[in-house]
Design a binder for this molecule. Structure first.
Ligand SMILES: NC(=O)c1ccc[n+]([C@@H]2O[C@H](COP(=O)([O-])OP(=O)(O)OC[C@H]3O[C@@H](n4cnc5c(N)ncnc54)[C@H](O)[C@@H]3O)[C@@H](O)[C@H]2O)c1
Ligand SMILES: [Zn+2]
Length: 654
């Protein structure tokens, strides 16, 4: 009969390998990192104690395959994991008398970039360390990756693709409920591995370089710090780092820990590496870790507290999320009293009930999470009624995840949130209608449909009598309501709050239908799906929205108040996304401003100096050796005359 420890080892391997598969292949997390690391440490301990190490143990190999539709490619140099410690003392010992570089361990997706002849040639994800996925077209639309650099030999570097916390919130809002991401890391991983890079482009992926792998003819004085500085000069953004020696490590770790609060990028710890390139390469690697670097993991400050209740919170889309409300505790310097439990499946797994003793920590030192439930009194009841409208709820199960929804179309939460969205800046842009005011207007019955916003004058006296409202604020409100009647169509479509339609999708939609609102309203799902960047879910959600009988009437009602500003030269936006720099004297245009106007009216942009974002430098003296010309030549930016510019636009307009 197998020894108890062996049974436990097998069990841990199975669980961890399942978690790995979800994490690396499917951008999903079936457990928190906290839990994963705890089980992993337990496996290490058991393997140590028994001397039994099974071949499929995740402590030995990265045990998952890369499995999706993206093309694969083997890495020239395997991408290993990092040895880890939670103790500053261990960092000190490890560094010894060497000079070190301490940087954020960014929590995103690692990417290897290769440049040839000064051009971004390919981008590959870390994948399973041996084989990665080719994501070159996605990397080209990262926010800050230079497409062209002045260095012409082969350059290979590694860095982390990450999405900001602040962008994460916004982007997740536009993603269908059943596909929402739990944290910026999942979102980034899902984003970088899109088959359609238009989606990637919209999601603000940042890339921070942390290691040069190949730049053979450069001499860096045997220093990785010099390598990072060199990358910086080439136009890369590097990970933020601090130079350390063993007697300053502790202080620098502290500084990072303080800075993390204001850091908009997730970081699951720090990385310490030797500065010396030659010493690092002499050390080599174990089968799993390089010997020149070590990760420092944040010791999650974890505290026990008592669960007061589960609060169910309904969102604009009708998704009802469980939030754990507990007795306030201090964590990493702030007071915390609530943590999202994400969905019904997680709530059930934690068996959370009122009065339970729970352990709470902050993931990556920022986001409060319930780590475990010590008393497990059993999951309380899932509400049958929406906490806001009392409407019937339903649990839907999609891809193994159960989530709760309000089924009532008239739900107040959906309504308040829908109105708040309707008046928001990128939507109808109506100032003076805060959520609090909207709530009062809804309660008093002043507004039940969007069109009612344009009939608020009916309630003039009642509104002026409301607390906090006077003659002046009333007049301001009415004039900004009036102003909002003239609006570009994409903002209007966005304002309607169709599930999954953000402003950028609304723009694509309007363009596709040449700003014909009726054509948009009548479009079939199949036709909508053929729009570049639109998927089935999006197409169906638009089609469903405009086919609801009650809504058809509401929109008719609303449209009588709206006048669209149709862009004049719509089908002539031939310079869309193109960036120009103008220099020297002009002949066919009166002055630079006039040329600038033409470029902008065709969707292009004019900037003052040549950079790797410039598409054309306009200079009638194409041969001159002005500094702008020189810069353009070094960056491979074409220099064109006014005449060539005119040909360019006349050809493309046809
Ligand atoms: N929740 C889950 O189900 C689950 C499953 C698997 C793994 N995980 C998490 O992932 C961790 C293991 O991940 P791993 O082995 O992929 O990576 P790791 O934690 O060993 O980190 C190594 C990687 O960090 C990256 N990195 C980021 N910033 C860096 C910098 N400044 N310098 C150098 N490298 C930098 C590099 O790509 C490097 O390969 C676990 O500890 C766990 O927290 C969670
Ligand atoms: Zn409801």
């Amino acid at each position: 009969m197998p020894h108890y420890s062996l049974i436990k080892i097998r069990e841990l391997i199975k669980t961890l390998n399942e978690a790995n598969k979800a994490y690396y292949q499917e951008n999903r997390e079936i457990m928190s990192n906290y839990e994963y690391d705890k089980l992993y440490d337990e496996l290490c301990r058991l393997e140590d104690e028994t001397g039994i190490i099974l071949s499929n143990s995740p402590t030995q190999i990265v045990g998952y395959e890369v499995l999706n539709a993206l093309p694969k490619e083997a890495h020239d140099l395997p991408m290993l994991s990092l040895d880890k410690t939670k103790e500053v003392d261990k960092l000190k010992d490890w560094l010894g008398s060497n000079k070190g570089i301490l940087s954020w361990k960014l929590d995103g997706l690692t990417i290897v970039l290769t440049y040839r002849n000064g051009k971004l040639y390919k981008a590959i994800t870390r994948g399973n360390g041996e084989i990665g996925e080719v994501v070159t077209s996605n990397a080209k639309v990262f926010k800050n990756v230079p497409l062209t650099i002045s260095y012409k030999e082969e350059l290979i570097l590694r860095g982390e693709a990450v999405i900001k916390y602040s962008d994460f919130e916004k982007i997740n809002e536009e993603i269908p409920n059943e596909e929402k991401y739990k944290n910026p890391r999942n979102l980034c991983s899902g984003t970088v591995r899109q088959l359609n890079n238009e989606i990637t482009a919209k999601r603000n992926v940042n890339f921070f370089a942390f290691q040069v792998i190949k730049a053979e003819d450069e001499n860096f004085n045997d220093s990785k710090i010099e390598q990072l500085k060199w990358l910086d000069e080439l136009g890369f953004e590097c990970v933020q780092y601090k130079v350390v020696a063993s007697d300053s490590v502790e202080e620098k770790v502290k500084e990072f820990a303080e800075e993390i609060i204001s850091n908009d990028f997730g970081s699951d710890g720090l990385v310490l590496t030797f500065d010396s390139i030659s010493y690092s390469s002499k050390l080599g690697a174990t089968s799993k870790f390089p010997r020149d670097s070590i990760a420092f993991k944040w010791v999650d400050e974890i505290k026990e507290t008592r669960l007061i209740k589960i609060l169910w919170s309904t969102s604009r889309t009708g998704l009802i999320n469980p939030v754990a409300i507990f007795e306030p505790i201090e964590l990493e310097g702030t007071t915390v009293s609530r943590a999202s439990v994400h969905n019904v499946s997680i709530l059930e797994a934690l068996e959370l009930g009122e009065g339970d003793t729970i352990q709470v920590y902050k993931a990556n030192m920022i986001i409060p999470q319930v780590a475990s439930n010590l008393t497990k009194s059993g999951a309380g009841e899932i509400p049958k009624e929406c906490p806001v409208c009392g409407g019937e709820t339903t649990v839907k199960k999609i891809k193994d995840v159960k989530a709760l929804y309000c089924t009532n179309d008239e739900c107040g939460a959906k309504k308040l949130k829908a109105f708040a969205h309707f008046v928001s800046r990128n939507a109808m842009n109506i100032e003076g209608l805060s959520e609090a005011t909207l709530e009062k207007f809804i309660q008093r019955g002043f507004i039940t449909t969007f069109a009612d916003v344009y009939r608020l004058e009916t309630y003039e006296d009642a509104i002026k009598d409301m607390e906090g409202f006077g003659e002046k604020s009333y007049n301001n409100l009415i004039s900004s309501v009036e102003k909002s009647r003239h609006i570009p169509m994409p903002n209007f479509i966005y304002a309607l709050g169709i599930a999954n339609i953000g402003l950028s999708n609304a723009k694509l939609l309007c363009k596709y239908y040449s700003y014909n609102i009726n054509a948009i309203r009548e479009a079939s799902a199949i036709e909508l799906e053929s729009i570049q960047g639109f998927g089935k879910i999006l197409a169906e959600s638009i089609n469903e929205y405009f086919n609801n009988k009650k809504r058809i009437e509401e929109i008719e009602d609303l449209l009588q108040y709206i006048e669209f500003n149709i862009p004049k030269q719509e089908n002539k936006q031939v310079l869309e996304g193109k960036v120009f720099v103008i220099t020297g004297s002009l002949t066919t245009y009166e002055n630079r401003d006039q040329l600038k106007e033409v470029i902008e009216s065709l969707g292009g942009k004019v900037t003052g100096s040549v950079s790797n974002k410039t598409n054309y430098l306009i200079n009638n003296d194409t041969e001159s050796s002005s500094s702008k010309n020189k810069k353009a030549i070094s960056l491979d930016v074409p220099i064109i005359s006014e005449e060539q510019f005119n040909t360019l636009i006349s050809e493309s307009v046809e």
